[in-house]
Design a protein around this ligand. Sequence first.
Ligand code: GBH
Length: 467
Amino acid sequence: MTDDASVIDLLPPDFRLGAATSAFQIEGAASEDGRTPSIWDTFCRVPGAVAGGDTGDVACDHYHRMPEDVALLASLGLDGYRFSVSWPRVQPGGRGPVNPAGLGFYDRLVDELLGRGVTPWLTLYHWDLPQELQDAGGWPARDTAFRFADYAELVYDRLGDRVTHWTTLNEPFCSAVLGHVEGVHAPGGRSLADGVRAVHHLHLGHGLAVRRLRSAARRPLDLAVTHLLGTSGPATDSAADREAARRADAFGFRFYLDPILRGRYPRDLIDDLAAHRVEIPVRDGDLETISAPFDTLGVNYYRSLRSSGVDEHGSPTDSRGLPVTRGVPHGGLPVTGLGWEVMPHDLTALLLRVARDYPGTPMVVTESGAAYEDRPDADGFVEDTERTAYLAAHLAAVSRARASGADVRGYFVWSLLDNFEWAEGYAGRFGIVRVDRSTQLRTPKRSALWLRDTALRLRARRAGGAG
Ligand code: GBH
């Protein structure tokens, strides 16, 4: 097998390299300039919900340090910056008029980026639903999809003249399943029925927003949606594990890609849900809206779990007599600081699977990265050998997928900065730039310097017209 560095050099000169963040995870300024609470502000105050009792009140203080952060990003030679807009900042309450001060922040951010030659990749929703909309039912309520489309258009009206790359949603799986079924993300619900309703309404919100932006646009836009994807092979070759892998694939993968790319929900998923007495609340015309053509599929990839059809005690059914579907580690692989297995080969497999099963879908890896326990030296510099190797291996995995026919056009590292890692609080450090939690001082880590060199190599070939 070719080594990572030479495989990376096979990437085409127009391949996009960037870094990603999200509003709640970095901005802070939680109650400034008219921003209202989001479901994550509320969730952070539930005792035990977030490690260390951490909140997003200050985060990386990016709201006040934005110009320096953009300068830092530009100094790394990256050509794309993926960020998200905070809905409760620009439209407090989730409906009604825009908050000019809140929207003004993104207006300045976009100008700052363009002024430094960095392309903005804007995500409209990265989990921070206005609390008022949650109080009105949140994503399990159909109305939220329509509120989202209004909000999308409102942001478009202000930034559409300068922003070309628009992503509707980040990882509906996390909003719906971690937030409404497993209770580990805001709003902390534990109901399969609510989670399934939330998935459908997130899809609907995406489709409605795509239509709105497309009809408002006076020039071609790159419209995208980002999904968290992985592969889910069986833990063993047993019939129970193979059936569990099918269920996991239906619930975790095809539930997200089939409606948007094929205009239908998988038949086997509908049957699996029926066993739980749960239905997807599809109304006439929904699937047409949901499958409105978009341009790019954003793929977030961290790790894959294997599926087991038996619980820890070997039982194939749970207390309610329903079949067990349990994610288990592959085993024998290195793990990141959060204990996630490092599996770059699965990224190649995943991209090739999308290329095979949903042909003609251009993709961008919108998140890939790893949390490690960093040990800064006296100057705050982190020699993050593991993270650097992780990024090189995953970028190489993308290059291998491309060589086998997957249409992957870019790679965004998660994340630019050490930030608020949701339920893990600030303990999970994903940044290629270290953020000192007490001084807010930013120090690029070795991985950032590696990324800069990689971006420079790509750019040099672009300038030279080679490749
Ligand atoms: C992405 O989520 C997010 O888009 C990004 O905001 C986040 O910072 C990044 O990844 C790193 O996590 O599922 O119970 O183990 C990826 C999904 C969400 C998976 C948090 C791990 C931890 C809770 N991740 N989740 S649990």
